[in-house]
Design a protein around this ligand. Structure first.
Ligand code: UDP
Length: 356
């Protein structure tokens, strides 16, 4: 059985690495990797292939630095050509990026079966590009792998039972990744602190909104006086910060280059608190038993909020600083339970593909 895996962005490399490991264990499966090029430089791509031992991509499409429409359109055209050449049994897509949507759409139109890993997630904010990609990809997938019970119930509520597809909760491949690669964590050379909070910002809704980005930066600068903050800087955020003319050398707010996943695992393991607008990093905070402040108004990962591990604090400066101080002063919490499965998501995905 031939599986065509579409990857293009950082979080997909982590997810695909985990599933690829399982594929390699089954000799009746053969994987072809297509890199769309959405993230393409060393710090955002190459390092993941090395650290996470993903095979070199079989096809590099080189689509990047374009508007959403142009990017998705070009990917669609190029992925279609690859599918026609490779004729896979399945196209496997991950998450919620333009690469995800383009891969699913190209395959479906050629009557190739589509499997979506991380299906059923909803922020219920249809202005987010990721939300649009998720909803459309889910609707045309044949096999939908939900990471949580909430994701599964979202699909039930949207009537997926009547859409002729199969969906199941297999747990989260990111949980598998944290368990496996967490053991190989390595410290980034650029890390200057022993005690620190970890922050990431890259969502368009924050980076491309001058008011919100300025408010977040002011909050981080003030909060870093309480405990230093380390912030691996996403290329888009770096550009936007430069555009608004924010001084990079502020207090104990330490901007570093984006790090590879093994270094990220080290930062997650060793930080005292996480602040983020990333989907993946909210969960990883939980996997590494850290409290999380989410710099957004909503999240796809409601179970973290409902269980008190994650606080939606938006982008208001006072609110962020207040919650930062409060959480640092509180007793560490117990991180019990298994909100995202037991680390066997990839194994279940592969079994389902084989037995479809
Ligand atoms: N990540 C990383 N290095 C960084 C920042 C993030 O390895 O400098 C990892 C992070 O741990 C997670 C994934 O990239 O596994 C998440 O990517 P991102 O925050 O870009 O996207 P999202 O999860 O919001 O889709």
């Amino acid at each position: 059985m031939k599986i065509l895996t579409i990857v293009g962005a950082r979080p997909q490399f982590v997810k695909a690495a985990i599933v690829s490991r399982e594929i390699k264990k089954k000799n009746k499966l053969y994987e072809v990797i297509v890199h769309t090029g959405q993230h393409f430089d060393r710090s955002m791509s190459e390092i993941f292939f090395q650290d996470l031992e993903i095979s070199e991509p079989d096809h590099n499409l080189g689509v990047n630095r374009l508007s959403h429409g142009a990017m998705t359109g070009q990917m669609l055209e190029k992925i279609e050509k690859v599918i026609l050449t490779e004729r896979p049994d399945w196209v496997l897509v991950y998450g919620d990026t333009n690469s995800t949507l383009a891969g699913a759409l190209a395959a479906k139109k050629l009557h190739i079966r589509v499997a979506h890993v991380e299906a059923g997630l909803r922020s219920f904010n249809i202005t987010m590009p990721e939300e649009i990609n998720r909803i459309l990809t889910d609707r045309i997938s044949d096999l939908l792998f939900c990471p949580t019970e909430i994701a599964l119930s979202n699909l039930e509520k949207e009537g997926f039972k009547d859409f002729g597809c199969k969906f199941e909760n297999v747990g989260d491949v990111m949980q598998d990744a944290a368990l496996i690669f967490g053991q190989k964590a390595k410290s980034p050379e650029s890390l200057k602190f022993n005690d620190f909070a970890l922050c990431t910002i890259h969502r368009e809704e924050n980076t491309d909104n001058k008011k919100k980005l300025t408010s977040i930066l002011k909050a981080l600068t003030e909060a870093s006086q309480i405990l230093p903050i380390v912030l691996p800087l996403h290329p888009r955020t770096k550009i936007r910060i430069k555009e608004i003319g924010y001084n990079f050398k502020q207090g104990a707010l330490s901007f570093i280059e984006p790090v590879g996943y093994l270094e990220m695992a080290y930062l997650l393991k060793n930080c005292q608190l996480v602040l983020t607008d990333s989907g993946g990093v909210q969960k990883e905070a939980y996997f590494f038993k850290k409290m999380c402040l989410t710099l957004r108004e909503e999240t796809e990962w409601m179970e973290l909020v409902e269980n008190g591990y994650n606080f939606l604090c938006g982008t208001n400066k006072e609110n962020i600083v207040h919650l930062y101080r409060k959480l640092l002063n509180e007793q560490p919490r117990d991180f019990e339970g298994n909100l995202y499965g037991d680390g066997s998501a990839a194994k279940k995905i592969i079994e389902s593909l084989i037995n479809y």
